[in-house]
Design a protein around this ligand. Structure first.
Ligand code: WT7
Length: 651
């Protein structure tokens, strides 16, 4: 089994078992292994009935649903006939049930400024902003791009869209103008919400300026709403551009939530696939909302009094499901932090945990690797005793990093939830249930109730214990994607064509003799850089759009902090290889896609290794990029001398 993280050797031999701490289990929602087994089995026996009951109990219905699941493979409709509103479930419900005084958001800006919003405050601000959008003619079904720093206004903008039935498309604020324009055009966005700038490591990143460049190429966008975050000078296009604070000042604080069909689109979120342009993953209202809420409650075992901090940015699915929709539906108190983990110094996160007495902490393995590198002193200078649960997401965590997290951050008393899921799944699919499941470092453990994973071979047959294979999901679940925006064919082809009747996740996995799942990396040409998905083809397309580049191949190579780094092999048209050109190509990719796609290594070569049928042999390039001996079959290679050349040329 191929593995680009180099982790399999480690996790293959991992047998340590960490039972849930007794104090944790005693008060947990799912307190024992038996309770989990029963719940999972009940859900597996009749998933539709299971979700029907939860759907009725957990969401507010303006009109009740009449059918729980309508399944015309691969199209699912959940809670058919019902009307609900995700913003209502996240905000109004708590205020109406007497929890308005509870803190919803504790926010800390990078420079150290702080704000706290109760659920009542949140309701007022969401309503004002919803009315502000309405005053510009934005309403049900309109698409709205959001390109903002991690401020309360980012969550407010998302919730306000949900409230009026507009479909948000959050674009991570590190993406380039090109990437924003591509997303605006694909979604047909009517408006963009942004800020003058964002704080990042003490510098102001000019967001409005980047959006201005994107809007030149975004003909559908009529309005641009700008939050004044940094007080940066910005260019202004009268009629198109509006200050956030001016709009909300004039807006009424009352705005009833729009009753939305269960299947009305709630948001689009773009993610990289193995081919072509990014896919706009479509999620809809009721099923997604229910799944985000229940998975949040099961996995984080949230209860009143918790201070929950998910460090993800709302530009990723983790921020959608576990900064906004999951925790707010559950009435949680959420910490939000705007900036970098090492500003002003490497202890920033632990300083925040100590000062705000964070109890539930959810971050990514790439961050954990950085903390390890920065050294234990930054951790040990803080009192982290408030923590009672730790989580990770984005990629597999190797057992060494898991142990460090367990000992250094969790003081050996906090369960660790290693959560496997995807943009497409809407919410966590596999994770230990922290009060019930003994954890194994490096394993995402077991499926959540209502989730039926099956590992299959290329014929679609289930493989045996400890045999690797494709991870699929056998039954629809409420949080699943409903399609790719504007591209039905691609939806069918990517997720449903290779294994009939099952959702193909795109990951390899194995299941051990105890029924624990181990994720073994992607089956396609998708890279995982710092927990974010990047497509090799996208990077290659960006490179060949440079006038000097003839051909390009991008592969991942193991990287200490990022998990994978981007390595590219480039053949040139006329120019001579040089360090200046190498730098220019890096900047070019940055401009085309964004900083996170900037290649770490660029190697110039006369030719790329290809099969006789002309396919670039990425597997070979991957070995070369990793500095490994070539292990795979090279008999289909067209020209052996290319390999020798590439090896001689290593940096
Ligand atoms: C891909 C999904 C889910 C939010 C963050 C990433 C990898 C994610 C784990 C984990 C091993 C993981 C998979 C997956 N992945 N979590 N706990 N263990 N691998 O969302 O960008 O949609 O990426 O990330 O390869 O398919 P995404």
């Amino acid at each position: 089994m191929v593995d680009h993280h180099g982790q399999i050797d480690n996790v293959m031999h991992e047998s340590r078992l960490f039972p849930p701490p007794a104090e944790f289990s005693q008060q947990a929602r799912i307190p024992t292994r038996e309770a989990y087994d029963q719940l999972w089995q009940r859900a597996a026996d009749d998933p539709v009935k299971f979700w029907e009951e939860l759907g009725r109990e957990e969401l507010h219905w303006f009109e009740p649903f009449t059918k729980t699941l309508e399944w015309n493979e691969p199209y699912a409709e959940w809670f058919v006939g019902g009307k609900t509103n995700a913003c209502y479930n996240c905000v109004d419900k708590h205020v109406n049930e007497g929890r308005g005084g509870r803190t919803a958001i504790i926010w800390e800006g990078e420079p150290g400024d702080q704000r706290t919003l109760t659920y009542s405050d949140l309701l007022e601000q969401v309503c004002r902003f919803a009315n502000a959008m309405k005053s510009l003619g934005i309403g049900k079904g309109d698409r709205v791009s959001i390109y903002m720093p991690m401020t309360p206004e980012l969550a407010i903008a998302m919730l306000a869209c949900a409230r009026i039935g507009a479909v948000h498309s959050v674009i991570f604020a590190g993406f380039s103008a090109e990437a924003i324009a591509e997303r605006n055009n694909d979604a047909g966005a009517k408006a963009v919400i942004t800020a003058d700038a964002a704080w990042r490591r003490g510098k102001a990143l000019p967001l409005k300026h980047t959006v201005d460049q994107a809007l030149v190429k975004s003909p559908t966008v009529e309005h641009c709403i700008v939050l004044d975050r940094v007080n940066e000078a910005v260019e202004w296009k009268h009629g198109r551009d509006h200050w956030w604070h001016e709009l909300v000042r004039e807006a009424s604080p009352e705005c009833p939530a729009e009753p939305m069909d269960s299947e009305a689109p709630l948001f689009i979120l773009y993610t990289s696939g193995s081919t072509g342009k990014p896919k706009g993953i479509k999620h809809t209202t009721a099923g997604y909302n229910l799944y985000a809420k229940k998975s949040f409650e099961w996995v984080f075992d949230h209860r009143e009094g918790d201070v929950y901090w998910c460090t993800a940015d709302c530009g990723w699915i983790t921020g959608h499901s576990y900064v906004v929709y999951g925790p707010f539906s559950a009435g949680a108190t959420c910490l939000m932090y705007e900036g970098a983990p090492n500003h002003p110094s490497e202890d920033r996160f632990w300083d925040i945990v100590e000062r705000h007495k964070v109890t539930l902490f959810y971050t990514a393995p790439t961050a954990i690797r950085a903390f390890i590198k920065w050294g234990n002193d930054h951790v040990q200078m803080h009192d982290l005793s408030s923590l009672r649960l730790l989580g990770t997401v984005g990629e597999g965590i190797n057992p060494q990093a898991w142990m460090w997290y367990h000992e250094m951050i969790g003081d050996e008393k906090c369960p660790i939830v290693d959560t496997w899921w995807q943009t497409e799944t809407g919410g966590i699919m596999m994770s230990p249930l922290p009060g019930a499941i003994a954890t194994k470092p490096g394993s995402c453990c077991v499926p959540l109730p209502g989730i039926l994973p099956v590992i299959v071979d290329e014929d679609g047959d289930e493989v045996g214990v400890d045999k690797g294979g494709w991870l699929t999901i056998a039954h629809p679940w409420p949080g699943m994607l409903r399609g790719i925006w504007g591209d039905e064919d691609r939806y069918q082809e990517v997720y449903w064509s290779k294994v009939p009747g099952k959702y193909l996740a795109g990951d390899n996995a194995r299941r051990d003799g105890d029924g624990y799942y181990w994720i073994m990396g992607r089956i396609d040409d998708v890279l995982n850089v710092s927990g974010h998905r990047l497509s090799t083809i996208e990077i290659e397309s960006a490179l060949v759009s440079h006038p000097e580049v003839a051909e390009a191949a991008a592969v991942g190579r193991p990287h200490e902090l990022k998990g994978e780094a981007v390595a590219v092999f480039v053949t040139l048209k006329n120019a001579k290889p040089s360090d200046e050109l190498r730098e220019a190509l890096k900047q070019h990719v940055r401009k085309e896609i964004g900083a996170l796609a900037q290649p770490d290594d660029i190697r110039f070569t006369n030719a790329l290794p290809k099969t006789r049928s002309g396919k670039i042999m990425r597997r070979l390039l991957k070995d070369i990029a990793a500095g490994k001996e070539m292990v795979g079959d090279t008999t289909t290679l067209e020209d052996y001398s290319i390999i020798a050349h590439l090896r001689d040329d290593e940096e």
